[in-house]
Design a protein around this ligand. Structure first.
Ligand code: SF4
Length: 276
């Protein structure tokens, strides 16, 4: 349904999309502040700050409560810049998005220690990231100081726990039935890593292919135990990508969810026993 779609737009196009749900992005926080006025705040899902070097004081006195996403492009280079944004938490919920690249784990840990939520982006980690992924999965699962969600770990863990078919496309805000990306030139396209993979006219067919599994690389996905929640997510953009690294991660989250479910079931059982 058109009204339920969220548009990821450049800040200058806010007046054009007034009345529709928006994610507003810019490299320059002051451009966001200039374009998002009190009249639009109800339409804003969140704003994305694409560069961490811009002037941030302008956001302290603006749009109280509007969620802000800080986009880390290069984990090692951008890591120290996160400290600058700590005061902004008094005014806005903050989430850090970080690509699955070497050093992403340090960004996750620092973001969590600063009280920020995290979204890990990108879906085809190299073999060399296997150990770092496992470390961060264990950090998410066992560290008592993690109070903000680390996505996609958090929603996927809950989906496994509740045996919910919530897909990674939705968790990662890349489901084309929910989100559209508006390019800097004003063209409407598919979101996230799907941009350029298909046009809007082909969207219906693409969505159907996602749902019935024909959009995914058949051989490996067909027999995969994680297909229900993954839906071929890690086969984009390179369909020949082998999922060994991500399956190891998914297995860690899945096993922890199963363990928790078993614990809860035995607690329920012992509670019933005591009540008799
Ligand atoms: S983990 Fe890999 S093989 Fe399994 S469903 Fe996802 S993309 Fe397909």
């Amino acid at each position: 349904m058109k009204d339920s779609i969220i548009y990821n737009i450049p800040a200058r196009l806010v007046p054009v999309f007034r009345g529709r749900k928006m994610i507003v992005r810019s490299h320059d926080p002051s451009e966001i502040v200039r374009n998002v006025t009190d009249g639009e705040r109800g339409d804003i899902s969140f704003v994305r700050v694409l560069s961490l070097t811009g002037e941030i004081d302008v956001m302290m006195g603006w749009g109280y409560g509007i969620p802000v996403e800080l986009v880390v492009s290069h984990p090692c280079r951008d890591l120290p810049l996160l400290y600058r944004y700590a005061p902004l938490l008094e005014v806005h919920p903050i989430r850090v998005s970080v690509p699955l690249e070497p050093g992403f784990g340090k960004v996750v840990k620092l973001a969590v220690s600063l009280g920020f939520a995290v979204k890990v982006e990108g879906g085809q980690p190299e073999e060399s990231l296997a150990a770092e992924l496992q470390r961060i999965a264990r950090f998410y699962l066992h560290q008592s100081t993690v109070s903000e969600p680390i996505e996609f770990f958090h929603s996927l863990f809950l989906a496994f726990y509740h045996q919910d078919p919530l897909s990674l496309w939705m968790i990662q805000e890349e489901d084309p039935s929910l989100i559209r990306f508006i390019t800097d030139q004003g063209e409407e396209t598919l979101p996230g890593r799907l941009a350029g993979e298909g046009d809007i006219q082909g969207l219906a067919a693409f969505l159907q292919a996602l749902r019935d599994g024909t959009a995914v690389e058949a051989a490996e996905c067909a027999g995969c135990v994680f297909l229900r929640q993954c839906l071929g997510y890690f086969k984009w953009p390179r369909k020949e990508y082998r999922c060994d690294v991500v399956k190891e991660l998914l297995h860690t989250l899945y096993s922890a969810a199963e363990e928790l479910r078993a614990d809860m079931a035995s607690l329920d059982a012992s509670g019933e026993g005591e009540g008799r």
